[in-house]
Design a protein around this ligand. Structure first.
Ligand SMILES: [Mg+2]
Length: 392
């Protein structure tokens, strides 16, 4: 097969706010090859990511992503890896390239899986898929009472694990954070798994993060996620020295394999969380999963958008029998929910499985998405480099 077309669709809610809700807009990618179609999603600014695919070349090390993809052969997993390597080299100075390529790469696995009639995880080298324990992933409430209520609601919906992140956490005093942690534990109950996401709030301030450790350990939080900037490895390692029961988690900011590996080796995290829509797709995410296994670090998916992205994020995780928990966003925008025709829902036991279907196993609801489409054109020097294609 030859990659004949790569189409980008910029989708957005009518209003986008400063809330840390990554499902407010989306960049959907459609690829076509050999009579098959594959879908993927980038986790990045849609407009900037489209531009990285079509922009004029700046020099030999700063070429548009499209130059490495269109017209290329696609017959095997090795072809996807070959294109990844070419982009890493030919677009080394185009920092958005990894984000753009992530959605395209995911769509290529979806397409290849459909062409072979196998799920994407089999193409990644797994022979069996294991059920995962989804954690309800949501933002902290504005007040401790709100946080407790959100925890109870998640448990009432059948979730055995709950993550709270961002919102007011880390923005006020250590006492205010401790109040939220007590409320969070109260909300999820003594048996629930409690996970906390600081959303990089302390930059590289180890002392500020350390102040919160007693309350985190008292609340029996399993992990503290992203206390620092994604590349502040020394800060991660310094904080790890002071952790007794709570482990550090991070990795969602990684936009290549090496960043994730450094966080494992130098940041001494216990959980590595990979977003396939940022790291360059399923290939590098699986490479991180393999590396994490060797280093006794638990691999976790990261995702906060549609169930297309959720399915993609689960593919590198699903074949690992011992890495049980997975991120499961529970407060999606209507755009992210309506993006797919089918959804991945917890069973009676509170566990999830991937759809039993080829590729990513998720259909795209092109009819419902039309109302979210942001018509976009990129014109340079009078030449139209991009125009929103027909969504059908
Ligand atoms: Mg996070």
């Amino acid at each position: 097969m030859k990659i004949e077309a790569v189409d980008f669709f910029y989708l957005s809610m009518p209003e986008v706010t400063t809330a840390a809700d990554g499902s407010q807009d989306a960049l959907l990618v459609r690829v076509a090859a050999g009579g098959h179609v594959g879908w993927g999603e980038c986790e990045a600014s849609p407009l900037v990511s489209i531009a990285a695919f079509v922009c004029p070349m700046s020099h030999g090390g700063c070429r548009p992503v499209g130059a490495s993809v269109l017209g290329e052969r696609l017959d095997s997993a090795a072809d996807i890896e070959r294109i990844s390597s070419r982009i890493a080299y030919d677009s080394m100075d185009l920092l958005q390239a990894a984000h753009t390529w992530s959605g395209v790469e995911i769509a290529l696995w979806d397409l290849l899986g459909k062409a072979r009639n196998v799920p994407a995880w089999q193409l990644l080298g797994y022979s069996k898929a294991y059920k995962k324990l989804p954690y309800a992933s949501q933002l902290f409430g504005d007040t401790p009472d709100d946080t407790a209520r959100l925890g109870r609601e998640a448990v009432n919906k059948g979730f055995r694990a709950v993550k709270f992140g961002w919102g007011p956490f880390g923005r006020g005093s250590a006492k205010s954070d401790a109040d939220h942690l007590v409320a969070a534990r109260e909300g999820v109950g003594q048996d629930g798994t409690l996970l906390i996401d600081a959303g990089q709030i302390w930059g590289e301030d180890v002392a500020a993060a350390k102040l919160r450790l007693p309350a985190l350990e008292k609340a029996a939080a399993t992990w503290l996620e992203e206390p620092f900037h994604g590349s502040a490895y020394e800060a991660y390692a310094a904080l790890a020295d002071h952790c007794t029961s709570v482990r550090l988690a991070g990795g969602e900011a990684a936009h290549n394999f090496f960043m994730a590996r450094h966080l494992i080796d130098y940041g001494r995290i216990g959980y590595v969380q990979i977003d396939c829509g940022r790291i360059g797709g399923l290939g590098p995410a699986k490479r991180v999963a393999d590396y994490a296994q060797k280093r006794n670090v638990t691999f976790v998916n990261h995702t906060f958008t549609s169930h297309l992205a959720l399915s993609a994020s689960l593919q590198p995780l699903i074949g690992l029998p011992d890495d049980r928990v997975c991120e499961y966003p529970v407060a999606l925008s209507s755009l992210a929910w309506e993006l797919s025709t089918n959804h991945i829902l917890p069973d009676a036991n509170g566990e999830i499985a991937l759809p039993d279907a080829a590729g990513l196993g998720i259909g795209v609801n092109t009819v419902a998405l039309k109302k979210y489409l942001v018509p976009t054109e990129i014109i340079v020097n009078g030449q139209r480099l991009y125009k929103t294609p027909l969504l059908d």
